[in-house]
Write a protein that binds this ligand. Structure first.
Ligand SMILES: NC(=O)c1ccc[n+]([C@@H]2O[C@H](COP(=O)([O-])OP(=O)(O)OC[C@H]3O[C@@H](n4cnc5c(N)ncnc54)[C@H](OP(=O)(O)O)[C@@H]3O)[C@@H](O)[C@H]2O)c1
Length: 344
C-alpha cells in the first residue's frame, strides 16, 4: 500500500511517500481501507518534536518510534476483521476514535497509558490502517471526507464546552475561531448548548462564514482595542473563554472575563509560554481549565449531533495523500477556514 511516513524529528522533508505491506489486524482489530484523513496540528508537532519542554519528544514523554505513519482523523471501510471480532463489520463505513487507553469511562483521555493513532500507532496517512474494532463507530454522515473532520478537533471542542458547563444564557469568547478546533467550538457552544458566541479571528473577511456557523459577533485579534470591543459588544465582561491560541490572547482573555469567569485552554497556536499576574487570577476569582481531547461517551454524543445536522463539517481544502508535505505546509497558513483533508 501507499503511505506517508515521518522518518524522524524535523521539517516537512521528514515526510516520505513509501510503499509498505498492508497491515494485518490482530484478533481484536479490523483492517480499514482509508478513504479520508484530516490533518491536525498534533502530527505536525509530532514531526517537529514540539511536544517536549526540555528535549524533543512526542505526545508521550518517551518520544516517537520512527518511522511512523501519522494521521488521526480517519474514515474508511472495514475490509477485514481479526479472529475474535464477531460483529459482521466487513463493509461498514466507520470513523475511528483516535486513541486507546485503559482509563475508566470518563477518564480515558487523561490516563497515563493513553496512546494516540498516528503517534504511538501508525495512522491514516496511508491506504490501510488497523484499529481495535470497539473503537470504530458508524460514520455520522454519508460522505467520507465530511465525516473525517470531527475526530480530534470535534472531540476536543466538545469536551471543552462540557468541561466548563456552558449554559444557554452565557457569553463565550472563542479564540482561533476559524481554525479546525475553533470552528467546531463555535458551532457546539452556540447551536448545541445555546450560548452567545463572540468569535475571534484574524481576517474579518471570514465574518459571514463564522456567523453562519453560529457566532453572534466576530472580532479580529488584529484590532488595537480588542478587549474594549469585546466588552462593548457584550455590554459588559463575558462568562468564559474557550481558547486554542495561548499567549497571544491570554491577557486580553483575563481582562474581558467577569469576576468568577472561566478560562479553558486546549492549544497554544499563538504562543506556548505566557506571563500571568496572579493578582488578576485571584482578585477576579477566575478558574483555569486545561483540556486535552475527550471521552468515548462525548465522542458518541458528538456523532449523534453531527448526524442530526447540528454540527456542519467545515472543510478548507483537500489534498491527495502524496501531497502530504504541501498539505502540512498549507495547514500552517493564517486565515484558512476549517479543516484540511488528505485523500488516499
Ligand atoms: N488539547 C487537545 O486535545 C488539542 C486537540 C486539537 C488541537 N489542539 C491545539 O489547538 C490549537 C489549534 O488547533 P487547530 O487544529 O484549530 O489549528 P488551526 O486550524 O491551524 O487553527 C489555528 C487558529 O489559531 C489562530 N491563531 C494562530 N496564531 C494566532 C495568534 N498569534 N493570535 C490569534 N490567533 C492565532 C489562527 O488564526 P489565523 O488563521 O488568523 O492565523 C486559527 O484560527 C493548536 O495549538 C493545536 O495543537 C489541541
Amino acid at each position: 500500500m501507499k503511505a506517508v511516513q515521518v522518518t524522524g524529528y524535523g521539517d516537512v522533508d521528514k515526510l516520505e511517500v513509501v510503499e509498505l505491506p498492508i497491515p494485518q489486524p490482530k484478533e481484536n482489530e479490523v483492517l480499514v481501507k482509508v478513504k479520508a484523513c484530516a490533518i491536525n496540528n498534533t502530527e505536525i508537532w509530532m514531526r517537529e518534536g514540539a511536544y517536549g519542554t526540555n528535549s524533543k519528544s512526542g505526545w508521550r514523554p518517551e518520544g516517537v518510534q520512527f518511522p511512523r505513519t501519522p494521521g488521526s482523523d480517519i474514515t474508511g471501510t472495514i475490509v477485514k476483521v481479526g479472529s475474535t471480532v464477531n460483529d459482521p463489520m466487513v463493509g461498514k463505513d466507520v470513523v475511528l476514535f483516535p486513541f486507546t487507553s485503559s482509563g475508566k469511562e470518563g477518564t480515558e483521555h487523561i490516563a497515563e497509558d493513553m496512546s494516540f493513532i498516528g503517534s504511538e500507532y501508525d495512522g491514516g496517512y496511508a491506504e490501510y490502517v488497523v484499529w481495535p474494532a470497539e473503537l470504530c463507530y458508524d460514520m455520522p454522515l454519508s460522505d467520507y471526507t465530511e465525516s473525517a473532520v470531527f475526530s480530534v478537533s470535534g472531540l476536543t471542542a466538545w469536551h471543552m464546552v462540557e468541561q466548563i458547563q456552558v449554559q444557554p444564557y452565557e457569553t463565550i469568547m472563542v479564540t482561533g475561531a476559524n481554525g479546525g478546533v475553533g470552528s467546531l467550538i463555535v458551532q457546539i457552544a452556540s447551536n448545541v448548548f445555546g450560548a452567545k458566541v463572540i468569535a475571534i479571528v484574524g481576517d474579518l473577511a471570514l465574518k459571514d462564514q463564522l456567523k453562519e456557523l453560529g457566532a453572534a459577533h466576530v472580532l479580529s485579534y488584529k484590532s488595537d482595542n480588542l478587549a474594549e470591543e469585546i466588552i462593548e459588544t457584550n455590554g459588559g465582561p463575558i462568562d468564559s473563554v474557550l481558547d486554542v491560541v495561548g499567549d497571544a490572547l491570554f491577557s486580553t482573555s483575563l481582562h474581558v472575563l467577569k469576576k468568577g469567569g472561566k478560562f479553558c485552554t486546549s492549544g497554544s497556536a499563538g504562543g506556548q509560554k505566557t506571563e500571568l499576574d496572579f493578582r488578576t487570577l485571584y482578585l477576579k476569582h477566575i478558574t483555569l481549565y486545561g483540556s486535552v481531547l475527550g471521552t468515548r461517551s462525548e465522542f458518541k454524543r458528538m456523532l449523534e449531533v453531527i448526524a442530526e445536522g447540528k454540527m456542519k463539517p467545515v472543510i478548507d481544502r483537500t489534498f491527495p495523500l502524496e501531497e502530504a508535505k504541501e498539505a502540512q505546509q498549507y495547514f500552517k497558513n493564517a486565515g484558512k477556514l476549517g479543516k484540511i483533508v488528505l485523500l488516499p
